[in-house]
Design a protein around this ligand. Sequence first.
Ligand code: GLU
Length: 148
Amino acid sequence: MCGVIGIVSQGKKSVLPSLLKGVELLQSRGYDGTGVAVLDGKLHVMKSEGKLSNLLQKLDKSVVGSVGIAHNRWATHGEATDQNAHPHVSMDGNVAVAHNGIIDNYRSLKAMLSQEGCTFVSETDSEVIPNLIVRALRDGAPDFASAV
Ligand code: GLU
């Protein structure tokens, strides 16, 4: 179980306040980590172990992107740490993912990606996802949706 939120603001309004409201409303879905990723030309990822109050202590409120995702974590793989909180970012820094659930075959996927030179910063199963998306794009997926 977890909470996952995604917002695209057509009016180019900053999505950060709505993402924070969302993770507050969904807090009962997971207490092990809280995080947001906001795109404003550059990807800004802010996350913390535990509840929203922990994230708020280190949040950069000046981030004003109009596209973003957020996550409440209910840990299944890896302890409740800052590194294991979502969103998880691909090694190249270009793709952020907030994931709900379990990837049963993540060990073999992680081993395959590691053999190809990928390094990981968390103990989660979820971190393979952004790296698999980057790999699919590199291997010729026609667009982002196909890569996902
Ligand atoms: N399996 C992932 C993790 O442990 C996602 C858990 C969730 O659904 O919150 O980080």
